[in-house]
Design a protein around this ligand. Structure first.
Ligand code: FES
Length: 161
């Protein structure tokens, strides 16, 4: 069995039995996006504990590459810090363009580099995850943490006193 066959088997395995398909009620973040080339859609739901991605689930209407990539994404992102998860997204984006390496089942996505018209199928679940994480991080930054003293800004007429 050649490497291409092996990669195809890995992708089909995830497509036929996707891991972590579904929604997370009370998710810390969720995001949806579509592939403009075909109209397929992916939604990603995540639960964050501290700085860790504790759980990720997805819903998708898409091709084998897209659903398999989403399934692999949920497994790879779980247990990562938010920063590590973002780095993984960048690594997969590079991989499908023929740059860099990743470990485990994810390596099967490297076969997509030979089909440039399909790279978006593979990256869609990952960029949707990144979108959810960005929005979550922004919300968290805006919210004063518990125990933090909120210092209101001076009113305009008080400035310069
Ligand atoms: Fe639509 Fe792949 S053809 S996501």
């Amino acid at each position: 069995m050649g490497l291409g066959d092996l990669y195809r088997e890995v992708l089909l395995g995830h497509y036929r039995a996707p891991r972590n398909r579904g929604r997370i009620e009370a998710a810390s973040f969720s995001a949806s996006d579509e592939n403009p080339l075909c109209g397929d859609e992916v939604s990603v739901f995540g639960r964050v504990e501290g700085d860790l991605v504790a759980e990720v689930k997805f819903e998708a209407r898409g091709c084998v590459i897209c659903v398999a990539s989403a399934s692999m994404m949920t497994e790879a992102a779980r247990g990562k810090t938010l920063g590590e998860a973002r780095a993984l997204v960048a690594a997969v984006e590079g991989l499908v363009e023929g740059k860099g390496d990743v470990e485990g089942d994810l390596a099967a996505l490297s076969g997509v580099k030979d089909y440039p018209g399909r790279t978006r199928c593979a990256t869609l679940p990952w960029t949707t995850l990144a979108k959810g994480i960005e929005e979550y991080a922004r919300r968290r930054q805006d919210k004063p943490r518990r125990g933090e003293i909120h210092q209101p800004r001076a009113e305009p007429w008080e400035e310069g006193r």
